[in-house]
Design a protein around this ligand. Structure first.
Ligand code: CP
Length: 308
């Protein structure tokens, strides 16, 4: 197996290797003619049981640029609706000699389950509130591009930490890379156990902003909230919403990140999202480059020890 399930399986050196490999991939992405034969003859299946714009499309784009055949498994039109299990669905795809599966699923552990069952490689495209390793890697690529180094930098992650697989994977990786990480959110959305990962927890965004090199806003996952558990959307924006005025409290040229999709005017003001402080679009571009690097390392020219 050659899988990427979460970042706890990677050393700092292995993460750096993925990020280094993504540098030439981003150059290829900028070419007018972007097509390489690297993964010609290899096949990738995208199994997205939850909605996605960025992750699914960027894996498809990345695979096609590298010459792989990419099959989009559409859950809505599949035999999942006739009750076929995840196990049998994956076995069916494997019988078609698929080399690698990218899965997004509402259940934490779905990607690990597939990795145990399949001979094909598995990449976790997001499983429940557990992990989203490729998002974290593209975030690290963006941080390095803008800040030079990650070690010693202060990264504030603010929002719905409770439901966020992005926050969990980012914390695991950022700690390995030597960043100072502060998680901020209302008590209802900031589980105390996140503190065990060696990061500071805070309910006061304004107090944590001074000195921040990057502020990463996370989406309020309204579809996963239990009613009445969180501050009202208006109250949330007042206390935790990023605005230009609030960002000025960092006292430096801080970059603003968001994995998307964004709720404009809730976790981030619209004019800030579209400003030069925002690297949100660059994160999306970098997502293609990082996923090209991962496909290359897992399926093509990489060594098996890069990613377990
Ligand atoms: N950031 C992210 O995973 O976006 P999608 O849900 O659109 O893939």
């Amino acid at each position: 197996h050659r899988n990427l399930l979460d970042l706890d399986a990677l050393t700092a050196e292995e993460i750096e290797h993925v990020l280094q490999t993504a540098v030439p991939m981003k150059e290829i992405l900028a070419r007018p003619l972007k097509k390489l034969p690297t993964l010609r003859g290899k096949s990738i299946a995208l199994m997205f049981y939850e909605n996605s714009t960025r992750t699914r499309t960027s894996f498809e784009t990345a695979g096609k640029i590298l010459g792989a055949d990419v099959t989009n498994f559409s859950v809505a039109q599949s035999s999942v609706n006739k009750g076929e299990s995840l196990y049998d669905t994956a076995k069916t795809l494997q019988a078609m000699k698929i080399d690698l599966v990218v899965i997004r699923h509402a259940s934490a552990g779905a990607a690990a389950f597939l990795a145990e069952q399949l001979k094909a490689g598995v990449i976790n495209g997001g499983d429940g509130a557990h992990a989203h390793p490729t998002q974290a890697l593209l975030d690290f690529f963006t941080l390095k591009e803008r800040l030079g180094e990650i070690a010693g930098k202060k990264i504030v992650i603010v929002g719905d930490i409770l439901h966020s697989r992005v926050a969990r994977s980012n914390v695991l990786g950022l700690k390995k890379l030597g960043a100072e990480v502060v998680l901020v959110g209302p008590p209802t959305l900031l589980p105390p156990e996140m503190g065990y990962l060696g990061v500071k927890l805070s309910h006061d965004l304004d107090r944590e902003l001074p000195g921040a090199d990057a502020v990463m806003a996370l989406r309020l996952q309204l579809e996963r909230q239990e009613r009445g558990l969180f501050p009202s959307v208006r109250e949330y924006h007042r206390l935790y919403g990023l605005t230009k005025e609030r960002l000025a409290k960092t006292g430096k040229a801080t970059i603003v990140m968001h994995p998307g999709p964004i709720n404009r005017g809730v976790e981030i003001a619209s004019d800030l999202a579209d400003s030069t402080s925002s690297v949100i679009e660059e994160q999306v571009t970098n997502g293609v480059a990082v996923r090209m690097a991962l496909l290359y390392l897992l399926m093509g020219g990489g060594t098996s020890d890069v990613v377990d």
